[in-house]
Design a protein around this ligand. Structure first.
Ligand SMILES: C[S@@+](CC[C@H](N)C(=O)[O-])C[C@H]1O[C@@H](n2cnc3c(N)ncnc32)[C@H](O)[C@@H]1O
Length: 290
């Protein structure tokens, strides 16, 4: 496997996924009962944005960098975006690393309550070692070395019957990753039908992702939506045109709120101005009320 998330950490897609992750956790935590958070593709947990990889691509500067700067000192922003900025700033303060960026396991670790538990799974040995170190004494999230899909099956259902699963594969082999994510979703719902599942996916050619979304919609017996944010027209040849997230069993109002914060978010991204083809949408995959 060649994929190294350090080149992409903090880019517009990471930002989109992390704002959604925080929003999902907050909505689920409106109930006191503890929840299980499973991060099937955890990454190394902590990324030096001043380091070689991030500097080489410049993706973090144009993504989280631009948005965190745009949000600074503003009081008129959507609460989900203000919350994201506060969580990143809080983590940076606590870890003493002003230029680092937390990955999904560390973001979740900050938000989980004493009654919650997290499991973060990473398959690459070096990335796993870094994750274990980054989590340190953090007791609420356990790092595991292995295959996230296999572990997910073993972890569900949690005793509390409340759970959030983030499936965030590298899509190096796009078709296989889309197939594996669908199969994992199916297996998770068989064990635990009310599980909230968020699957991140790249929008390169919208015709391909729309086909996949239609296939998912045909087999889903649970409510689901797809939230997308583009920085290029969804059929341009730029490479990664947009970031998508399928959310199965979305908490009440998640989709409605997502539509609002996504529309406020994409114009803040550097290099995504008027006429760039940027945009966003939230579609229901299963036709229910939001
Ligand atoms: C996109 S990155 C994860 C980023 C992370 N979720 C975040 O938001 O900060 C994908 C990670 O999945 C790891 N990976 C790939 N296949 C895996 C598998 N089958 N099980 C667990 N981890 C896997 C890769 O090594 C990589 O670190």
């Amino acid at each position: 496997m060649k994929y190294r998330h350090a080149y992409h950490a903090g880019n517009f897609a990471d930002l989109h996924k992390h704002v959604a992750l925080i929003a999902l956790l907050r909505l689920l935590q409106q109930k006191d009962k503890g929840l299980l958070f499973v991060d099937t593709h955890a990454g190394r947990g902590r990324y030096a944005l001043g380091g070689g990889e991030a500097r080489m691509t410049g993706e973090a500067l144009a993504g989280a960098g631009a948005v965190l700067t745009a949000l600074q000192g503003r009081t008129d922003v959507e609460p989900e975006l203000a919350d994201y900025a506060a969580v990143i700033a809080g983590w940076r303060r606590a870890s003493g690393a002003r230029h680092d960026y937390p990955g999904s396991p560390l973001i979740a670790a900050q938000l989980l309550r004493p009654q919650d538990r997290g499991v973060a799974i990473e398959s690459q040995p070096a990335e796993f070692e870094a994750l274990r170190k980054a989590l340190g004494r953090e007791a609420r999230v356990t790092a595991e070395h292995g295959d996230g899909y296999a572990r997910l099956r073993a972890l569900l259902p949690p005793a509390t019957r409340r759970g959030l699963v983030l499936i965030d594969p590298p899509y190096e082999n796009s078709r296989a990753d889309f197939r594996a994510a669908t199969a994992a979703m199916r297996a998770a719902l068989e064990r635990f039908e009310t599980c909230v599942i968020a699957i991140w996916y790249p929008v390169k050619d919208a015709r391909d992702t729309d086909r996949w979304l239609q296939e998912l919609a045909r087999e889903l017996a649970r409510p689901a939506c797809a939230a997308e944010l583009w920085v290029h027209p969804p059929d341009s040849r730029a490479g990664l045109n947009g970031s998508g997230l399928v959310v199965v069993n979305p908490p009440w109002h998640f989709a409605q709120r997502c539509e609002i914060w996504q529309a406020a978010l994409w114009p803040m991204l550097a290099r995504v101005g008027a006429g760039s083809g940027g945009g966003s949408r939230v579609v229901s995959l299963t036709g229910e009320r939001r």
